[in-house]
Design a protein around this ligand. Structure first.
Ligand code: SER
Length: 885
């Protein structure tokens, strides 16, 4: 049975049983405590906790998930995939244990011909949480399972939560027995390769608190309702139904594995290590494809870092299979074709996705080449020193600068018969992590404990009034100092303020936080920053300028009007430049990031070559034209599906069913989903002045622009500079370029003439050097000190001229000079001398040895040098002795 067919049967089965079919949410979770959607229930967490009333009593979905915690297990076991799809059915206070178990048993054991999954009941086992007698009894009664195929297990396996504070509950898992060929008897309690978990039924009825690991957390109390959250692993069921050995061999994954094997000229199934690598490749390519399709781009932090890791691990696995060239163009196309039936967007968005993937592969391959060079040198030095262990700091440098994973270094060192100083490496890594953590702490809320915010968020969403008001009366809901809620804050203190409603815009969607103040009876607060630490909650970081502020007191938020005007100009300007860019470059120029604040904006977009001056001007022209036309700017709120149907440029991570805000400039001319603050008509922007265009990594470009008054001021500065130049060069401004070109040309001519004079002065030394010529056997030698010269080139000119003057008898010229406080030596030989066995390279080396440096070159002309000026006479004598004098 194809994976897509299992997918379809699942949704059908539950739709027929009154479940609302909910499309998969993005892999990018909008829960701030989770990097990715890790389970089918993640999009439903607010309904499970009761924070938001569920819009339906029952739901079903097939959710895209990513888990990378066990990334090292990928390829080694039959079931560890980083990307997987979880089929789920959910009840929000509707049915509970008995119905959930009945549904699961029916779908699994109904014959394939009747629309079920056709498992034989005698192959199925279940586990229950140790003291859950109720579940045990239902399994016996509903499924007729014998007592010995119902096993009780502890909290670490049969009590489910996302690993974070939130909904939790005991669970019951269903396993498939693959038979004695795969392991020992004894049920899931004894062996998880033979007994494969296929479905987890969670009886979600408690709220868990903090804790360190599985089974080690506090239960804070009951959820408002008893819910059901189940998850069936689509890949696991697929591999069992398709009669293959593991999830890497199913129809959605295997084609990539086969193509990788073909490229590497390997036979899958022949060598265990190679098989693991092929499975890693097949898994990671698919995961990366799906992540990029949900808008993740490779970077050095957070989600982007995990994506980068998947891509690099794939390149590395190919390399370990012996393939050094780019393979992503093959592998990603195959993966796209295997996934597009279930996810058409991977095909329609493939141009953008593949551009990202291919560029990342190219970059990493180059890095690998550079890193391999470093490693080879380090290996050679280690061997020369008679050591058997590569230094930890070399391994760290390779990791830190060249992105070499430590196991690659280990493997490559091993090939050369060396081990690696792991202890030193690990220490360096720990130090770096500690530094990174300290850094992140200093930045906003990157790693902060969010529970203090979640508590305020539970009181309700902060109302943002700033689209229409610059001043809003409200009250202080909370004060936070050093991460803890406090009742008051006094003059001089820095605190965070939570208001019921605020006119101040929190940094988001690329727009920086508003500037302003918060005032109330007896206090005045200066706003330093405004953030949304958790979705729906606005927190103001303030300095208490005077007085004392307490929770509950009235508070008026006041936006600095000048700042806001500038911010609106900049944000609308960003949309205009984005539209202009796409008009000029086409739809592949997709925004990948942006930042704007009063007077300034920057926009990053996927594009891999520099924009020409003409293209920049064209983009600027289109943008300023859109301003001049005074296009109307309008905003409206719509359901996501409607907004997309209108062609609004969606970013990623918007959720099904969500209401989104659409910002139009000139109707469809620019249409984006955006929550920022905007001008009401484009002329208010004033002016756009593109000041720079540069690269951000290998796949993105960045344009920066000034807007409004700042744009004008920058041009005014240029005008001043131009008029100064015009004054000092006594040239009208339109003739300045020509004038400067003339000046540069005559400067060049003058430099050439000076060089010619200097060369003549150098050549003046030739006669006296020729006077010093002496015979040594058959060879004529000039070995002299030429004094102080400007460059080694002058010395070379001198040496070759003397050689020429000496004629065709065997002759050698060895000249030394001081160039910039350093000794330089040049040796030149003619044909006759070379026929007599004299080599300039060897002589230069001899002289350099005496000078305390190195040298070399060809048999006819060679150069050397060193550090010891006083050794010049000795170096020349060494050459003379070498000739045999
Ligand atoms: N949340 C449970 C799991 O992920 C069941 O959906 O296993």
């Amino acid at each position: 049975m194809q994976t897509a067919e299992i997918h379809r049967r699942w949704l059908d089965f539950f739709a027929k049983r009154e479940h609302t079919v909910v499309p998969s949410a993005s892999l990018v979770s909008d829960d701030p405590t989770l990097l990715f959607t890790v389970a089918g229930m993640v999009p439903f967490v607010p309904y499970l906790t009761g924070l938001v009333p569920a819009p339906f009593p029952r739901a079903t979905s097939v959710q895209k998930c990513i888990r990378t915690l066990d990334i090292d297990e990928v390829g080694k076991t039959p079931r560890h995939g980083t990307f997987f799809q979880m089929c789920g059915n959910f009840s929000f206070g509707d049915y509970f244990k008995e119905q959930a178990i009945t549904f699961a048993w029916d779908l699994l054991t109904t014959p394939e011909t009747d629309g079920g999954l056709g498992f034989d009941p005698k192959d199925l086992w279940v586990t229950v949480y140790e003291d859950d007698e109720e579940a045990r009894e239902i399994w016996r009664r509903v499924a007729g399972l014998p007592e010995e195929r119902i096993q009780g297990l502890g909290m670490d396996t049969n009590y489910w939560s996302t690993g974070q504070p939130g909904p939790a509950g005991p669970c019951s898992e269903i396993f498939f027995d693959r038979g004695p060929a795969y392991g020992i008897d004894g049920g899931p309690a004894t062996d998880d390769d033979r007994y494969v978990e296929i479905w987890n039924l969670v009886f979600m009825q408690y709220l868990r608190g903090e804790g360190t690991g599985k089974g080690d957390f506090e239960i804070l109390g009951d959820l408002p309702k008893k819910n059901i959250d189940t998850g069936m692993g689509l890949e696991r069921v697929a591999f069992l139904k398709q009669g293959v050995e593991n999830m890497y061999e199913i129809d959605q994954v295997r084609p990539v594995l086969d193509r990788a094997a073909e490229l590497a000229e390997k036979t899958y199934g022949a060598v265990h290590e190679d098989d693991v690598r092929l499975r890693v490749i097949a898994d990671h390519v698919r995961s990366a494809l799906m992540l990029m399709s949900d808008g993740v781009t490779p970077s050095n932090e957070g989600r982007g870092y995990i994506l980068r890791r998947l891509l690099r691990r794939t390149v590395r696995a190919m390399k370990l299979l012996g393939v050094d060239h780019a393979t992503f163009p093959e592998l990603f196309t195959v993966s796209r074709d295997a996934m597009k039936a279930a996810y058409p967007e991977v095909a329609s968005d493939f141009a953008r996705i593949s551009q990202l993937a291919y560029a990342e592969e190219e970059t990493f391959l180059r890095t690998l080449v550079a890193g391999t060079g470093i490693l080879d040198t380090a290996v050679a030095n280690t061997q020369r020193a008679g050591k058997k262990e590569l230094a930890g700091d070399t391994a760290f440098l390779l990791h830190d600068t060249y992105g070499f994973p430590i196991d690659l270094t280990l493997e490559m060192a091993e090939e050369a018969g060396l081990s690696v100083d792991r202890r030193a490496f690990d220490t360096l890594m720990t130090d770096q992590r500690t530094r990174a953590k300290a850094d992140a702490k200093a930045k906003k809320t990157a790693l902060a404990d969010l529970s203090v915010y979640s508590a305020f968020r539970a009181l309700g969403e902060t109302v943002f009034t700033g689209y229409t008001e610059l001043q809003t009366e409200s009250s202080i809901l909370g004060l936070i100092v050093d991460g803890a809620a406090v009742p008051t804050a006094t003059e001089g203190q820095i605190a965070e303020v939570i208001l019921a409603a605020t006119a101040l815009y929190a940094e988001s969607g690329g727009q920086d936080a508003d500037a302003g103040t918060i005032v109330g009876p007896g206090y005045e607060l200066e706003v330093l920053d405004v953030q949304k630490p958790v979705k729906g909650l606005i927190s103001h970081k303030v300095l208490v300028r005077n007085g004392e502020v307490g929770v509950g007191s009235p508070a008026t938020s006041l936006v600095d009007g000048d700042y806001r005007r500038g911010a609106r100009q900049a944000h609308s300007g960003t949309h205009i430049i984005h539209a202009a860019l796409r008009q000029v470059l086409g739809p592949n120029a997709h925004q990948s990031g942006s930042y704007n604040k009063a007077g300034y904006l920057r926009l990053d977009f996927s594009w891999n070559q520099a924009l020409s001056a003409e293209t920049r001007t064209e983009i600027e022209e289109i943008s300023n034209n859109a301003i001049r036309k005074n296009l109307e700017v309008s905003t409206r709120e719509l359901p996501l599906a409607e907004a997309k149907a209108l062609g609004a440029m969606a970013l990623f991570g918007e959720k099904y069913g969500e209401t989104v805000r659409v910002v139009d400039i000139g109707g469809p001319w620019s249409r984006e989903l955006c929550a920022g603050t905007h001008v009401t008509s484009s002329a208010e922007i004033g002016m756009i002045n593109l000041v720079s265009e540069s690269s951000v990594g290998s796949t993105n470009r960045r344009v920066e622009s000034l807007v409004g008054l700042e744009a004008f001021r920058d041009l005014a500065v240029e005008r001043t500079i131009v008029s100064q130049l015009s004054g000092s060069l006594k040239t009208p401004r339109e003739q300045l370029p020509e004038k400067i070109a003339d000046l540069l040309a005559s400067l060049k001519t003058a430099e050439k003439r000076i060089a010619a004079f200097e060369a003549r002065a150098v050549l003046d030394k030739v006669p006296s050097l020729l006077d010093g010529a002496a015979r040594h056997g058959a060879v004529t030698l000039v070995a002299s000190d030429a004094g102080t010269l400007n460059s080694a080139d002058d010395l070379r000119l001198l040496a070759t001229t003397v050689r020429e003057r000496l004629g065709s008898d065997p002759s050698v010229v060895a000249l030394a000079a001081r160039v910039g406080e350093k000794p330089v030596v040049i040796v030149a030989t003619n044909q006759g001398a070379r026929d007599a066995g004299v080599n300039a390279g060897t002589l230069a080396k001899t002289a350099s040895g005496v000078l305390g440096g190195g040298g070399g070159g060809k048999a006819d002309l060679a150069q050397g040098g060193g550090a010891d000026i006083d050794a010049i006479p000795a170096a020349l004598s060494a050459v003379t002795s070498a000739i045999g004098g």
